[in-house]
Write a protein that binds this ligand. Sequence first.
Ligand SMILES: O=C(C[C@@H]1CCCCN1)Cn1cnc2cc(Cl)c(F)cc2c1=O
Ligand SMILES: [Mg+2]
Length: 572
Amino acid sequence: LKQSQILIPTLREVPADAEIASHKLLLRAGMARQLASGIYTYLPLALRTLHKIQAIVREEMNRAGAQELLMPAMQPAELWHQTGRWDVYGPELVRLKDRHDRPFALGPTHEEVITSLVRDEINSYKKLPINLYQIQTKFRDEVRPRFGLIRSREFIMKDAYSFDTTQEGLDKNFQAMYDAYTSIFTRVGLHFRAVEADAGAIGGKGTYEFMALCDIGEDTIAYSENGDYAANLEKAEVVYKPAEKPQSEVPSLEKVHTPAVKTIEQLTQALQIEASRIIKSLVYRIDEKLVMVLVRGDHEINEVKLKNLFDAAFVGLASEQEILAAIGTPVGFVGPVGIDQEKLEIVADNFVQDVYDGVAGANETDYHLLHVQPGRDFTVSRFADLRNIMEGDECPRGGGVIKFARGVEVGHVFKLGTKYSTAMGATFLDENGRSQPMIMGCYGIGVSRTLAAVIEQNNDENGIIWPVSVAPFHVHVIPVNAKVEAQREASEQITAALQAAQIEVLYDDRPERAGVKFKDADLIGLPLRITVSDKAAEEGLVEVRVRRTGETHEVKLEELVSFVHALLGRVD
Ligand SMILES: O=C(C[C@@H]1CCCCN1)Cn1cnc2cc(Cl)c(F)cc2c1=O
Ligand SMILES: [Mg+2]
């Protein structure tokens, strides 16, 4: 294709609000333009790459036995009432009224739609299992869209839904999807890890997130040194072994005046103690009730684990007012000692039970308590794994020591079970003619997010460095001086010869100075660049340059096609 005829509006500068590499480069390389906050146009170069990613997704999904369909974006509210989700989601769910004033949602996901379709079209075990997928634009009105295509309000997702008659069938489909995702992200060229994840509001158990490893990722991954354990921090289990109690007696409680000492940091300074001896007490609202949650001063509460402990729909810190009403003390001085658990339940992370001669809020403004002994001075309704795992903790699978990495979630596979099929009456008649709910799984890939993640992992100070498998084109052909007829002719012949060999060429035929064309080529980041100078006509030689490594080769014209073919096979 001739670059003068394809819309690639490259930029030297980017808007200040583009913080991360992929967001900057999508704009600078002329691949995307923002229409509104979190809403983007994919320009021709981006669309070519999106099509390649989607082609890889389709190949692997079809190979795994899934079949493609395409569902509507407009979803009747009625379906969301059947599953009770219309009232679960807030402003993130884009809602609208049609001309008859009937309520609809713009689909953020399609469990309701696909389950209603399968309910109406399949009712015999003979027609199961089935795995249906689509590649479609999703709508989620994120409160803070950011990072370009990484967190947008309209995005392209591949979402698949499997329906089985048995748990074993679901396990088989789940594994097939897990393997397909591994192939997809490998072929796309991403460095990724499948991590154990929390099922969240969607429910079900046994869910993995596929994380593209990159420092701007919002998710924290806890993984073991020997590499076989990896989990989203939300989920990572913490190994707890009871510590043996020191023998010496702990003196009786002592109140200490700690004026305006509220944070753990201030407390360790004021009392000259380790944070691990502080019992941090936080009051949470968990659905309709308040709960005091205790964790050691050097640990962090994991709100997903807390939510799962109570199987709650909502978990959040109680407000200052709620705490004053419940305990009569401001938030920096609350503690477990003297709390009536009939009024305020107390739960604690496992490690709190080994705090020895500890410090806690005295439930009195500007006062803390010294020599606090769990069991002697307070009891809790439950000890549980409620804290975030930390780097250096022991791997729960015996894999050595835990380390952290950051990642962007590009895929998510869930075992849903019968949550949706029961809610919507998607049942099948089994061999004995008995009606059973179908057993479901659901599987998502963020296609537009994958595009951004590939750029995030493949760039340098000059621009993008495309893996061959998803590059918008394979080769950039650039005449040094477009005014020289011989260079134009050679460039066109080279372009034709390469295209005849199924190599995709972007021929920069623009009347620009060489420097501008080379800068744009580095920005756009095709895997190879062929520079055509007077040497082409005079000596039959052109320069081939590898974008990723900068290596260059002088190649004879007659060997060019086979040389380029071979090079494309080894430049990633
Ligand atoms: O989407 C899933 C689960 C899987 C992921 C893979 C493909 C199929 N769905 C979870 N989820 C995330 N954000 C949502 C946002 C809104 Cl506004 C909503 F109404 C529903 C959901 C929602 O259900
Ligand atoms: Mg997640």
